[in-house]
Design a protein around this ligand. Structure first.
Ligand code: AGP
Length: 627
């Protein structure tokens, strides 16, 4: 999960590359580097640590030239130090790489046997050696890259240039994302559109096994086998400002505050605020992503309904936070649409040779649309004949492009590694789909549909109110640091939120936390309870409230320190909790959207009070594009 930026054009590449890498630092941040071809010689500067270390080094460097590449690294092979930082350079070939070369050991041995001078511990440098060997024969970078591809296995994307041809960048994608940005007489390449939004909103998304040969403003796309491919460009309406912090201390806090608006924009295309009905807009079953906007909505909705009528069960497949959204989806579809749902984490699904019966809809959830395990899962589902539907935040991402049907979180760029607005937007989309399914299968009538839609439409303003816990946890966080561990408990549709709350604390504050179904406590976890263990109990006023209270009393009786989240001014919960947070009364379908916010804020403020990097937690990356 590294960040790649390339530039070819009339401008000096340095600032374009560095500012692009800044937007990609969430993808990996243990070292960084830049290489620019300047007067026939490549000038390369690399630094261990975050991008700031590279920027400091660049202050004393002067660059000229019109072609360059840059990289921010998430180490897979070789320690995160300057020697292993990209770009790698061999005999005039400079290269940056994202992904994993699976047969790197045999390549390394072959190269050493041929006397290659290998200067790093990375798999990436070996690719530069192979290209440099080939280019001696081909005297052409594209052909040298093409001949190298047959020698390497794995999931990887690369961008390279060669000193002998200062007018050409070559990019190859197979796995990790790579997008070509189309400027006026200038061309960009990056791992993610966010790196390029300030320069262009026109992009060509490379698909797997595709090579882009960029010569000046001319862009040719070929398959790895050399077959010419014509691809449509996509215009994105994302405003570059959306990617900035806009006054917040961290992207994550900005994105927590954006949630009400993000949830509203997630459901907006699909809900009618006049008659409180749901019609899924431009899902485009069977249409390519670039054609979705041209679809006629009415006929597309009819086609979507035909697909939904033929579905008898749903599999929801995702990773991490997205998988917890999927777990909420199970409750939504089974309780609203009366359709059986199986939820699985993608890294298990892809290897357990799943039995996917006929008439199954496999839904994937992925903010980035590039998560390797989820991508493998959707490919497996398609191989097994399932209809697939993806919920993504990044339009035209690989998973989005490979799915049969397309839905979007619509929450704008999510930069913080810890997912927040994409998670709650996904819950809104899942609720919308569940209602659409229920109407199509005629298990709810129009009145019930309107009730569900009204509850959904009320959610953003209810979420606004809950954001007030930002101040609460800013003050309370330092008192929570004393606990040795946290047990997050919930029942029913709150159980997945307990899992998500625990993950937030783990990935941000590096504290031990576990999410558990509250009913499971007496089957073992109760033994964990003592005064050092904090219980975070989700106990909204729903059908399972009484059960949750008795679970809480079991834990409290054993000395647990309780942080309870309930509905309204709840004297009972207050009396058995050290901390009580109240949520506004809401439909059971909306409680997860409301419960998520204080849990996000608690993890955020604990991590901040511990001095940790909230936007770029250690060892993690925003998009896990390798398995
Ligand atoms: C969530 O805070 C984490 N960043 C992580 O669990 C994430 O949800 C997971 O890697 C899935 O990412 P995706 O939604 O982009 O597929």
């Amino acid at each position: 999960m590294c960040g790649i930026v390339g530039y070819l054009g009339p401008q000096n590449p340095k600032d374009i590359i560095v500012s692009g890498l800044k937007k990609l630092e969430y993808r990996g941040y243990d070292s960084a580097g830049i290489a620019i071809l300047d007067g026939g010689k490549t000038k390369r500067v690399r630094a261990a640590g975050k991008l700031k270390a590279l920027e400091d080094k660049l202050l004393s460097e002067k660059f000229d030239g019109h072609i360059g590449i840059g990289h921010t690294r998430w180490a897979t092979h070789g320690a995160p130090n300057e020697r292993n930082a990209h770009p790698h350079q061999v005999n005039g070939v400079s290269l940056v790489h994202n992904g994993i070369i699976e047969n790197y050991m045999e390549i390394r041995e072959d190269l050493l046997a041929r006397g290659a001078q290998i200067s790093s511990d990375t798999d990436s440098e070996l690719v530069a050696h192979l290209i440099a060997e080939e280019i001696v024969k081909t005297a052409d970078l594209y052909k040298a890259v093409q001949k190298t591809l047959v020698k390497i296995r794995g999931a990887f994307s690369i961008v390279a240039f060669w000193e002998e041809n200062p007018h050409q960048l070559v990019a190859f994608k197979d796995g990790p994302p790579l997008v070509v940005g189309l400027g006026i007489n200038e061309t960009f390449v990056a791992s993610d559109v966010q790196a390029l939004l300030q320069h262009t909103n026109k992009f060509i998304y490379l698909d797997d096994r595709e090579i882009a040969v960029i010569t000046g403003a001319d862009i040719k796309i070929f398959s790895a086998e050399g077959v010419s491919i014509s691809k449509k460009s996509v215009e994105l309406n994302w405003d570059p400002q959306m990617v900035e912090k806009q006054g917040y201390p961290h992207f994550m806090l900005k994105e927590i505050y954006e949630q009400p608006r993000a949830v509203a924009s997630a459901m907006a295309p699909h809900v009618n605020t006049e008659d409180f009905s749901v019609k899924l807009k431009n899902v485009g079953f069977g249409s390519p992503v670039h054609a979705l906007d041209e679809l006629e909505s009415e006929s597309d909705w009819k086609k979507t309904q035909e697909v939904l009528k033929g579905i008898e069960r749903i599999f929801i497949i995702a990773c991490g936070t997205s998988s917890y959204a999927g777990m909420v989806g199970k409750y939504l579809f089974e309780q609203i649409s009366k359709i059986p749902v199986e939820v699985d984490i993608a890294s298990e699904f892809r290897y357990r040779n799943p039995v996917i019966p006929n008439k199954t809809l496999v839904m994937t959830i992925s903010q980035s649309g590039e998560t390797a395990d989820t991508l493998a899962a959707i490919r497996l589902a398609k191989e097994k004949g399932a209809t697939t539907l993806s919920i993504c935040n990044v339009r035209s991402s690989t998973i989005d492009r490979e799915a049969h049907g397309h839905l979007y979180m619509n929450s704008g760029p999510e930069i913080g590694v810890a997912s927040t607005k994409a998670f709650t937007s996904t819950l809104a989309i899942l609720s919308t789909v569940a209602i659409a399914f229920a109407r199509t299968r005629e298990v709810i009538n129009q009145k019930q549909e309107q009730e569900f839609v009204r509850a959904l439409l009320a959610a953003p303003s209810q979420m606004e109110g809950v954001l007030a816990y930002d101040k609460y946890f800013d003050e309370a966080a330092h008192r929570l640091k004393k606990y040795k561990g946290f047990l997050y408990l919930g029942r029913g549709v709150s159980f997945p939120i307990a899992m998500e709350g625990a993950l937030k604390l783990k990935e941000l504050a590096y504290m031990h936390a576990e999410g558990y179904a509250a009913g499971e406590m007496k089957h073992g976890p109760l033994a964990l309870i003592d005064e050092n263990m904090a219980i975070v109990m989700l106990a909204p006023h729903d059908e399972l409230y009484e059960k949750s209270i008795s679970n809480l009393e079991e834990a409290r009786a054993r000395g647990a320190q309780v942080i309870a989240i309930g509905t309204g001014d709840n004297e009972k919960l207050k009396s058995i909790s050290q901390y009580y947070l109240s949520l506004p009364p809401a439909h059971w379908m909306i409680n997860p959207l409301l419960e998520a916010i204080p849990l996000q804020l608690m993890a955020y403020h604990l991590a901040s009070s511990l001095g940790y990097d909230v936007d770029q937690p250690r060892n993690l990356a925003k998009s896990v594009t390798v398995e």
